[in-house]
Design a protein around this ligand. Structure first.
Ligand code: DX5
Ligand code: ZN
Length: 221
């Protein structure tokens, strides 16, 4: 069967004054996932939204809520995000004083557990935890803002994680700079989930965009 990856549009690039419209656009594009970028102004130089925003949109969407916490000491907020209705919670390995305790906290709520690494950090930072993870998020831009260019070297980390999978069940997700120009290389690296913010919301035909990106195909010329 033809390989296909999950496309996870990020609401970071949506118009927050019409968030329900953005969720409908995502659902109509044919994907099942939405990526929720939570920023605290400390771990990253930007601020987005918190658990109340997620709890408020939860009743309006059946999408899989993939939360990406760019927050210092996220263990403080895991309960709030889990109860808000996140299906998966990803934290940064760099942001946790005690990574194991943070993983335990996420799992105690029965939601998916992800660990993320910034572009400058090696895969070895997450290796000790791989057996326990549902998802590993490789940042392909410096976290904080949408619309940046993908750092090509980060794809090597996706390949490393794909080689290490064996019979482990984690999904490999990439986040930042995924668009029609980069998708062929992203797809070939072996990712399972590709986040896309600005390119998704700029796409004229979002259904075609999701369909083509999920198959690793760039823009038709
Ligand atoms: C960056 C965020 C990304 C971002 C991706 O810190 O984690 O999810 O929204 O946006 P694009 O696709 O525009 O690079
Ligand atoms: Zn993200």
């Amino acid at each position: 069967m033809e390989r296909s990856i999950i496309i996870a549009p990020s609401v970071l690039s949506a118009d927050f004054s019409d968030i329900r419209g953005a969720l409908i656009d995502i659902e109509h594009s044919g994907t099942d996932w939405v990526h929720l970028d939570v920023m605290d102004g400390q771990f990253v130089p930007n601020i987005t939204f918190g658990p109340k925003f997620i709890a408020d949109i939860r009743p309006h969407s059946g999408l899989y809520f993939d939360a990406h916490l760019m927050v210092d000491e996220p263990i403080r907020f895991i309960e709030h995000f889990a109860k808000a209705g996140c299906d998966n919670i990803t934290v940064h390995v760099e942001a946790c004083r005690d990574v194991q305790k943070t993983i335990d906290a996420i799992k105690s709520f029965g939601v998916g557990c992800g660990l993320s690494i910034k572009p400058q950090n090696p895969v070895s930072a997450v290796v000790p935890y791989l057996d326990q993870l549902d998802l590993v998020l490789v940042m392909s831009v410096n976290p904080g803002f949408g619309g940046q260019g993908l750092i090509p070297e980060t794809l090597g980390k996706v390949r490393e994680l794909a080689d290490m999978k064996n019979d482990r069940g984690y999904l490999i997700e990439i986040d930042g700079g995924v668009n029609y120009s980069t998708i062929a290389d992203v797809f070939a690296s072996g990712v399972d989930v590709a986040v896309t913010g600005s390119a998704f919301f700029n796409a004229q035909d979002k259904g075609e965009f999701v369909d083509r990106l999920s198959k690793g195909q760039g823009e038709r010329r």
